[in-house]
Design a protein around this ligand. Structure first.
Ligand SMILES: Cc1cc2nc3c(=O)[nH]c(=O)nc-3n(C[C@H](O)[C@H](O)[C@H](O)COP(=O)(O)O)c2cc1C
Length: 234
């Protein structure tokens, strides 16, 4: 699986993240995939994870500190479900308007078309680790007062709309899944019962699998780290 691959330039996490939003990105990834196929065992399947970092965009690489980029580090304006930063000192994202959301949906579809053209066998949508779709799903980061905020039904609406648009652009039965959040390890965050409902809604619109992960949307989640700590989720 190619790691979180941004569908637009401003959706990258760092300056160094991979993206699939123009012809140069497409030809570079195509070349890399060809090289990977040439050394992989026959019949190896290759997937790509399409992503948008939302309010967690414009940050330093892990080895640089993982904080929002400073003025000297050439930051960019971020957009999120609501103008709520992940923590003190982080970028305050601009609110994604419904017009922005339509444009972004089209960017996911464009990235998907490029991915299929390149020759990937599977598409995964990144819906966890505090990135954009996670931000919409969580009451911690989604404070919207329109039809995309409030109830779980409303918070799921944008991720489901994008997923549905993607699925409609694919040939029937093309492998398509989503990485989702099983829990945020927070009192007011996403809980397992919500994750199950989200997964069921995804299944109705053609999702073949979910890969359940957790956390990433708050600065200090109380994670009971240990062997198989995520094993009982979902
Ligand atoms: C350096 C690094 C890069 C990662 N990149 C991605 C990614 O692109 N997409 C993703 O869904 N998870 C990514 N993850 C999260 C891992 O897939 C995994 O869910 C996480 O590390 C928790 O599992 P663990 O406790 O076994 O490490 C990354 C993790 C690390 C440490």
């Amino acid at each position: 699986m190619v790691e979180a691959t941004a569908v637009e330039r401003v959706g990258r996490i760092t300056h160094n993240c991979v993206g699939i939003y123009n012809d140069l990105c497409e030809s570079s990834i195509k070349k890399t995939l060809k090289q990977a196929r040439s050394v992989a065992p026959t019949n190896t399947s290759f997937g790509i994870q399409l992503a948008n970092a939302g309010r967690k965009a414009s940050t330093q690489r892990p080895q640089e500190g993982r904080k929002s980029l400073t003025y000297e580090e050439d930051p960019w304006i971020t957009k999120g479900a609501s103008p709520v930063p992940i923590d003190i000192g982080w970028h305050v994202p601009h609110l994604l308007s419904q017009k922005d959301m339509q444009k972004l949906k089209n960017k996911f579809v464009e990235a998907l078309i490029r991915s299929v053209k390149i020759g990937f066998d599977l598409i995964e949508i990144h819906g966890t680790h505090g990135y954009l779709f996670h931000q919409f799903l969580s009451q911690i980061s989604n404070k919207r007062e329109d039809k995309y905020g409030g109830s779980l039904e409303n918070r799921m609406r944008f991720p489901l709309e994008v997923f549905s648009a993607i699925n409609k652009s694919l040939l029937k039965d093309f492998p398509l899944g989503m990485r989702i959040t099983g829990t945020e390890w927070e009192k007011d965050g996403i809980i397992e019962s919500e994750a199950i409902i989200f997964a069921q809604e995804l299944e109705k619109i053609g999702c073949h699998y979910v890969c359940v992960s957790s956390g990433g949307n708050t600065p200090n989640p109380q994670i009971p780290i240990g062997t198989h700590y995520q094993g009982s989720l979902g």
